[in-house]
Structures are given as structure tokens and as C-alpha cells.
Design a protein around this ligand. Structure first.
Ligand SMILES: N[C@@H](CCC(=O)N[C@@H](CS)C(=O)NCC(=O)O)C(=O)O
Length: 237
């Protein structure tokens, strides 16, 4: 059994998609990051970086019988891919192609997308240069992915993998990120291809009752997520 610490957002969807695709036994433990539950001591033991997703695997294959906790969505995908032998090739060359795009997502698409979201919708000040910087950088990254998908159904090795799972959720926020998805035809087709998978639809629907409307979160949530003490929110250390 795997415990999935989860809030409906692009990083958590990566893991719910993997779990739904493989049929591994898991239960969802919601962490409402809009309410500050990511700072609760029990969660911090599992995810010291106070971010979702995180997992606890109670059936570790190392013979110790001890559960293991893992934070960071990329690390979780690699762990689960290695554990199950699914969506993550064993051949070193094919595996490195999956890792290439997983790292690209973790180091580029995700963080730049997060900053674009912030300056477009959550920053208390309108800072046009910051908006332009991140919206343009996301657009550049999406053009790279669009090119990769030209003639390919899937991102790495033309085979559905954890690289596709890592990227997909970020594209759901195309409007918030100021992106015109129609401008990247191959990426748009891939986005629909992934989104049409029943497992992805099930994974995306989890926790819809606590989901935020993109671009519209409360001042309290902004304070918690972005450390905006200036808004009168006490930031927990
Ligand atoms: N690099 C981390 C990023 C995780 C992350 O930023 N998660 C967001 C939700 S998508 C979160 O938990 N935010 C809570 C907070 O900022 O306090 C990963 O990929 O797991």
C-alpha cells in the first residue's frame, strides 16, 4: 500500500497518474495547501520541503520491512518506475532519454511555469517585466517540447513514460501561464492524447472538491504559498 500525500495540482497529478496507470494499491491523504496543512508536523516528517506530492511506501522491496517516505515528484516517479518496471525503461540509453525530459520538466517547465502563474495571477503588484520574462520563457520551453513531439506521439523514445506524466499537468494551466496552446500544434495534440487516457482522467479528478480555481485563491492562501508576510499573513517557519 502506498500513501499519497496530495493536493490537486500539476505536481501531485504526476503521481496520481502513475498510480492509476499501474493499478498499484494506494490511498490518497489530502494536504490542503490553501489552508496551510503542508506545514503540519506530521506531513513535514514525510515531506521536509513542505510541498506535495509525497509518498510513503509500506511495501518496500529492500527486505527490511520498513516503510520509506519520498518527496519530490521526479524522485517519486523514478522510484515507482524502478519498483514496478513500468513507464521507465531499463535499457540505459532509453532510460536516459526519459530522464532527460523528466529533468527538463523538473528544472524548467515546472519552475518557470510556477513563476509565470505567480506574476500573472497571484503577485500583489503588477510587474510587467517579470510577467514577460516568465511567460516568454514558458513559451520557449513549450516550443522545444512541441518540436520534440513533431512526428512523435510521446515525449521520450516515442513511448508513453513518466516523462509524459511529469509534463501533462502543467499544460492544463495554459491560460494561467499566458500560453496560446493553439500555437504549438504537436504539443496540443499530445496534451489531448494524454488527457484522453482513462487513467489520467481518473487521476486528474481526485480531490476536485478541494481544488483551487486557477488564478483565484484567497489572501490567506497567497500568504501561505508565497510567504507574503506583507499581506498580514504570519509565515510559519
Ligand atoms: N519540486 C517539487 C515542487 C512541489 C510543489 O511546488 N508543490 C506545490 C503544489 S503543486 C506545493 O506543495 N506548494 C505548497 C507550498 O508552496 O507551500 C516537486 O516537484 O515535487
Amino acid at each position: 500500500m502506498i500513501d499519497l500525500y496530495y493536493f490537486p495540482s500539476p505536481n501531485s497529478w504526476k503521481i496520481s497518474i502513475f498510480l492509476e496507470e499501474t493499478g498499484l494499491a494506494y490511498r490518497v491523504l489530502p494536504v490542503n495547501i490553501l489552508e496551510g496543512q503542508q506545514f503540519e508536523p506530521g506531513f513535514l516528517k514525510v515531506s521536509p520541503n513542505n510541498r506535495v506530492p509525497a509518498i510513503v511506501d509500506h511495501e518496500v522491496l529492500d527486505g527490511t520491512g520498513q516503510p520509506v517516505s519520498i518527496m519530490e515528484s521526479g524522485a517519486i516517479l523514478i522510484y515507482l518506475g524502478e519498483k514496478t518496471g513500468q513507464f521507465y525503461p531499463t535499457d540505459p540509453v532509453r532510460r536516459s532519454k526519459v530522464l532527460e525530459w523528466l529533468m527538463w520538466q523538473m528544472g524548467g517547465m515546472g519552475p518557470m511555469g510556477g513563476q509565470a502563474n505567480y506574476f500573472n495571477a497571484y503577485c500583489p503588484e503588477d510587474i510587467p517585466l517579470a510577467k514577460a520574462r516568465f511567460v516568454n520563457e514558458v513559451a520557449r520551453l513549450w516550443r522545444i517540447l512541441d518540436k520534440q513531439l513533431e512526428g512523435n506521439d510521446w515525449i521520450a523514445n516515442n513511448e508513453y513514460s513518466i516523462a509524459d506524466m511529469a509534463c501533462w499537468g502543467w499544460v492544463t494551466l495554459h491560460e494561467l501561464q499566458g500560453q496560446d496552446i493553439d500555437a504549438t500544434v504537436h504539443l496540443k495534440q499530445w496534451f489531448e492524447r494524454v488527457g484522453n487516457r482513462p487513467a489520467v482522467q481518473r487521476a486528474y479528478a481526485i480531490g476536485a472538491d478541494i481544488a483551487a480555481t486557477p488564478g483565484r485563491i484567497s489572501a490567506k492562501a497567497r500568504g501561505l504559498l508565497y510567504g507574503l508576510a506583507a499581506e498580514g499573513i504570519e509565515v510559519r517557519k
